[in-house]
Design a protein around this ligand. Structure first.
Ligand SMILES: [Zn+2]
Ligand SMILES: [Zn+2]
Length: 325
């Protein structure tokens, strides 16, 4: 069971990407060497690498386990799964779902759900549709308050980017001489509560935790105390209520959390019996300071997560389908 480097090879005990009931217990001297990164993005959402390149980069970075967690989609799974055995990486199939809780945006990591479960498909479709329909909605609201602005005006200042958002609308308003600068554009028109603000669809956090469970997966709240633009952080009682609805874990070790935040979140997880994860939130070159493996998940926490996913799958009767099935 030992590799040339004296390291136990965890892959021998695993079926790729699949949760199982009796994970191996790693002796501590080997456990320390196993590197697990449970949050990464590919070009299937806003990362810069193809899913295959992401997996190979994980192997090159010395990772034993890598989860692909693109925003609101499982589209990267098949390619990542094809690349994983050859790269020698255990792949965990996941996604990062856009949800809302008390008016606040919350990212929810879902691991090993059946992506064909109809209520999950329905929610993901609404989220993805909401993203592309936001620009037309903003422009329509601006025209309703008398600003003559059209999609062409936005595309002209956006310089051909695929993801046109509020900053580009703000630039177009400057370009048209409606406002002096971006700040004024947001203050007068684009911020929440202003006439042209269009809220994107996001599922409710509790609903999504339940749907992920019904789909045979497990939920981990992503970077709960991350940069949320001054929004309120979920405290222990809020997280306790989420745990009661089926939340399995908290992403504690994340670049958005300083040492103090990590200590406090770890204590909350311990109090509530939640799994503690750590991960890079890697986006290729799309995000600096998020190199693969910059934070990792402890093997025993990872195995607990797989146990919970296996239990969820047994309960729901929904295993994560193998690619091609
Ligand atoms: Zn996120
Ligand atoms: Zn992310």
């Amino acid at each position: 069971m030992l590799e040339a480097g004296g390291r136990r090879n965890p892959r021998r005990n695993h079926v790729l990407g699949r949760a199982y009931a009796h994970p191996p217990v790693l002796a501590p001297q080997y456990a320390a060497a196993v590197r697990i990164d449970l949050h990464t993005h590919s070009r299937a959402s806003d990362g810069t690498q193809t899913p295959g390149d992401l997996v190979r980069a994980g192997a090159a970075a010395g990772l034993d386990v890598l989860a692909i967690t693109d925003h609101d989609t499982a589209a990267g799974w098949p390619e990542a799964e094809t690349a994983a055995p050859e790269a020698g990486v255990e792949l965990v199939r996941g996604m990062e779902i856009s949800t809302r809780h008390d008016g606040r945006a919350v990212h929810l990591l879902a691991y090993l759900p059946d992506p064909t479960y109809p209520p999950l498909v329905e929610e993901l479709t609404k989220i993805l549709d909401g993203r592309s329909s936001r620009l037309p909605a903003m422009l329509e609201r601006l025209r309703e308050v008398g600003v003559d602005i059209h999609a062409d005006d936005v595309h002209r200042v956006a310089g051909g980017t695929a993801a046109t958002g509020r900053p580009h609308v703000a630039d177009a308003l400057v370009d048209l001489g409606v406002v002096r600068d971006r700040t004024e554009a947001f203050a007068r028109y684009l911020n929440p509560g202003r006439p042209a603000h269009a809220q994107r669809y996001a599922a409710s956090l509790e609903t999504m935790i339940r749907v992920v469970g019904e789909a045979g997966g497990v939920s981990v709240i992503a970077h709960p105390w991350g940069r949320h633009g001054g929004q309120e952080r979920p405290d222990e009682s809020t997280i306790a209520a989420l745990a009661a609805t089926g939340l399995a874990g908290i992403e504690v070790d994340h670049q958005d959390h300083d040492a103090g935040a990590r200590d406090r979140l770890r204590a909350i997880a311990r109090n509530l019996g939640l799994v503690v994860t750590g991960s890079s939130d890697h986006h290729g070159t799309g995000k600096v300071d998020h190199e693969l493996g910059v934070n990792t998940t402890a093997p025993d926490e990872y195995h607990r997560l797989l146990e919970l996913a296996a239990a969820s799958s047994r309960r729901s009767g929904r295993p994560t389908p193998a690619v091609g099935s």
